[in-house]
Design a protein around this ligand. Structure first.
Ligand SMILES: Cc1cc2nc3c(=O)[nH]c(=O)nc-3n(C[C@H](O)[C@H](O)[C@H](O)COP(=O)(O)O)c2cc1C
Length: 392
């Protein structure tokens, strides 16, 4: 590393300072009971805190029971649920990291099996199934039930559920909140013309389709302390040739920023339950889904950042420390989020610091490990020839 690392520079957002610019992307674990966090959630998130990711997000946390994807999803619609996740929040902070919560409503993609059991909708006679809700009575795809089309008063209640969730998250010490407005879940199904067929104030042109997303932003901003940052995850595009576009995302991002959103988290896809589409370097969607080149969604974060004048978080196959550093150095995003890569290697930030030569004496590691890890490095250097070359 010749230049000063940006990946390992602090990032100030309102009254919060992230110690580095690596976030753990929200990762559903489908391991809660009645929305309550248990041992798995603590073990899962505390590992990333020991790995020193600057910002550790919870998975999509439902703001009301119908907002869960599966019956085993995390929730924050009761005080008891908030209390159950408190030890995790405390531990993340103890490690010097910043705890963030993603709040969500699954909409018409709820009442389903987890992906490791197929991700299909629960049968209507399953005792755990519920009637899903959406902007219109349009199923997300073949084999999915038609959701109940929300009435205006019901929309207002869900906006208030988001605000109540943010209030609870603040009370138990979360320092960042992210609204999940992506992946075909409730908010994005209102945004996209592929999900929203309404002809009232919440449908029609982009202004109507954005109404619910913006009402949630306003309500959460009002409920969430002024000195704490608000992130908003969007699906920057629906697909290569239809639906919500990157131009629409620029319009939305400007409106979100005007309502006090600090960071737009740029993901993609999901409106049909299909995988995200990739973009080329000009930010134009390509039509080959399924392929996942490095940083395939970075062009979205880049364009939104340049044109909406708002901070962005890039996500999607960011796997290499030099790649992550380059995204920030090139001004394409303000921070990066890792999902699968950090599940594979929860100590990725510590290994990245070594690869970028910003932690020569292992000082970034938790005290309990750092001295021993540093000794390991020395031992590895001593044994380099026996090991067939220098090893880190
Ligand atoms: C197991 C798993 C669970 C996920 N859960 C969520 C979630 O709760 N909320 C969300 O916005 N995205 C979720 N995602 C998407 C990730 O946050 C991330 O955007 C995606 O995996 C792309 O990043 P990656 O290539 O680093 O994995 C999930 C992804 C995986 C693999």
């Amino acid at each position: 590393m010749t230049k000063e690392s940006l990946l390992f520079s602090p990032l100030e957002l309102r009254g919060v300072t992230l110690p580095n610019r690596i976030a753990v992307s929200p990762l559903c674990m489908y391991s809660a009971t009645d929305g309550l966090a248990g041992d798995w959630l603590f073990a899962h998130l505390s590992t990333f805190a020991r790995g020193k990711a600057g910002l550790v997000f919870t998975e999509a946390t439902a703001v009301e029971p119908r907002g869960r994807i599966t019956p085993a999803c995390l929730g924050i619609w009761t005080d008891e649920q908030a209390k159950a996740i408190r030890p995790t929040v405390r531990f993340i902070e103890e490690m010097g990291c910043v705890p963030g919560m993603q709040i969500a409503h699954a909409g018409r993609k709820g009442s389903a099996e987890p992906p490791f059991r197929g991700g299909t909708p629960l049968a209507p006679d399953n005792a755990d199934a519920w009637e899903t809700v959406g902007p219109s009575a349009e199923p997300v795809g073949d084999g999915w039930p038609a959701p109940h089309a929300l009435e205006t008063g019901e929309i207002a209640q869900i906006v208030e559920d988001f605000a109540a969730a943010a209030r609870r998250a603040a009370e138990i010490g979360f320092k960042v909140i992210e609204v999940h407005g992506a992946h075909g879940y409730l908010i994005q199904s209102f945004l996209s013309p592929l999900g929203n067929k309404r002809n009232d104030a919440y449908g029609g042109d982009i202004q109507g389709r954005m109404r619910f997303a913006l009402e949630v932003a306003e309500a959460v901003r009002a409920a969430w302390p002024d000195d704490l940052p608000l992130f908003y995850r969007i699906s920057a595009i629906d697909g290569p040739a239809e639906g919500w576009s990157l131009d629409d995302s620029v319009v939305l991002a400007r409106e979100l920023a005007a309502r006090g959103v600090d960071v737009v988290d740029c993901s993609a896809g999901g409106i049909r339950g299909a995988p995200a589409f990739r973009a080329n370097d000009a930010g134009k969607p390509l039509n080959k889904s399924g392929e996942r080149p490095w940083g395939f969604q970075v062009p979205y974060a880049d364009r939104v950042r340049q044109e909406a004048d708002v901070k962005t978080m890039a996500v999607g196959v960011i796997v290499d420390p030099h790649q992550a550093e380059a995204i920030l150095q090139e001004g394409r995003a303000d921070l990066v989020a890792l999902g699968r890569e950090i599940m594979y290697n929860p100590f990725w930030p510590l290994h990245a610091a070594q690869a970028l030569d910003v932690d020569p004496d292992s000082a970034m590691w938790p005290d309990q490990y750092g001295w021993a890890v540093q000794r390991r490095r020395e031992i590895m250097a001593q044994n380099a020839s026996a090991l067939g070359g220098p090893k880190q």
